[in-house]
Write a protein that binds this ligand. Structure first.
Ligand code: KIV
Ligand code: ZN
Length: 390
């Protein structure tokens, strides 16, 4: 079914799972702006919303469907006709529509969310897929809380929904519960035990409650999944979803995996800032790939090693993710090498400077201030003009 077995499809759910975060709600024009940025970056599928949830969300899916040309536009539904009808109507203008329907698959959800039985849930799952398939060819089925579901029952459900017409089967770790090993084994179990599995793409959708969303998504991909559901900056319910930028850069960095996406990572810095600003959700400074400190070197040992050869402390070139250059932060932990680097950058001829003396003055200032700016350096140099010059 897949043309390229090594291609991993990127399904972005910033505008659906990401937008569910309290305080992150967006207007339709804002969603369109983000959707266009996702399209320009090369995202394969954009989950545009949950049309039955509100008239505003319905309208956003309509407008996004008109505005976006290349990516598949996906709308979420529960496993019932009303939700599916709303999604079908909202996707009317989509060039490549997809309905994402589904139901709980763990015994926990079956009993305490649906007050039902495995048999009845299976029937509802199949019915929903068959119903949606009458209107849209591309149907993705989500087996909610698959992370905690019994693998044998999950395999039965996946086989039944593929037989009913699902083109993609989403195996969400809804509560971010699994260990990478467990999640990877779950995907492998489905690959090995679902007779018709090759007729659909397996999708991973991992939440970050234990900080394992990216690791679990990768474990899924390594074991045969070929679609990753993720969000910009990893935003999403509770501790968030798998971060798009992390998964893409892991695949780009580890060539031995021999897996690739269509994403142009040079867009990461800009799109991350856009989403953070529009959703009023600051990015933690130490966030992998796009955090403010992701390419900032601050200890003397690291700075010295980096300045000798950047790959000593840099596994990704910041330019590859849209950041102009790495930062060498000047603090009281910095060494002479970093200080020299900045002085030269500011135009000082190092041979004319008593570096030991400047470094001594620098340390006194750096102990008093947390970070030394260019202005601080210029003041330091002019204050000590007599003694710092040979
Ligand atoms: O986390 C989850 O299970 C979901 C589904 C609705 C796909 O977001
Ligand atoms: Zn989710």
């Amino acid at each position: 079914m897949l043309h390229d077995p090594n291609r991993v499809y990127i399904f972005d759910t910033t505008l659906r799972d990401g937008e569910q975060v309290p305080g992150c709600q967006l207007s339709t024009p804002e969603k369109i702006e983000i959707a266009k940025a996702l399209e320009a970056m090369g995202v394969d599928i954009i989950e545009a919303g949950f049309p039955i949830s509100s008239p505003g969300d319905f309208q956003s899916v309509v407008e996004l469907s008109k505005a976006v040309q290349d990516p598949v536009i996906c709308a979420l539904t529960r496993a019932n006709k009303g939700d599916i009808d709303a999604a079908v109507a909202a996707l009317k203008f989509a060039k490549r529509p997809r309905i994402h329907t589904g139901i709980g698959s763990s015994d926990m959800h079956i009993k305490y969310k649906f007050n039902s039985t495995r048999e009845k849930i299976l029937e509802r799952a199949v019915e929903a897929v068959k119903y949606a398939k009458q209107f849209v060819e591309d149907i993705e089925f989500f087996a909610e809380d698959a992370g905690r579901a019994d693998n044998v029952f999950l395999a039965q459900m996946v086989e039944a929904v593929i037989a009913a017409g699902a083109t993609v089967v989403n195996i969400p770790d809804t509560n971010g519960y699994c260990l990478p090993d467990q999640y990877g084994s779950k995907i492998l179990f489905l690959k090995e035990n679902v007779k018709n599995i090759d007729q659909a793409i397996i999708s991973v959708h991992c939440h970050n409650d234990l900080g394992l969303a990216t690791a679990n998504s990768l474990a899924g991909v390594i074991n045969g999944a070929r679609q990753v559901e993720c969000t910009i900056n990893g935003i999403g319910e509770r501790a968030g979803n798998t971060a798009l930028e992390e998964v893409v850069m892991v695949l780009k960095t580890h060539h031995a995996l021999n897996l690739h996406t269509n994403i142009n990572a040079k867009h990461f810095h800009d799109i991350s800032s856009k989403v953070s600003r529009m959703m009023r959700m600051p990015v933690q400074p130490n966030k992998a790939i796009i955090g403010q400190n992701a390419f900032a070197h601050s200890s003397g040992i690291h700075q010295d090693g980096f300045l000798k050869h950047r790959e000593n402390y840099e596994i990704i070139n910041p330019e590859d993710v849209g950041i102009n250059e790495a930062d060498i932060i000047l603090t009281a932990r910095s060494g002479r090498h970093a200080l020299k680097h900045h002085l030269e950058r500011l135009g000082y001829t190092i041979e004319k400077i008593n570096l030991d003396q400047v470094y001594e003055n620098f340390l006194i200032l750096a102990d008093a201030k947390k970070e030394i700016s260019d202005d601080d350096l210029l003041t330091l140099m002019s204050d000590g003009e007599e003694s710092t010059y040979k």
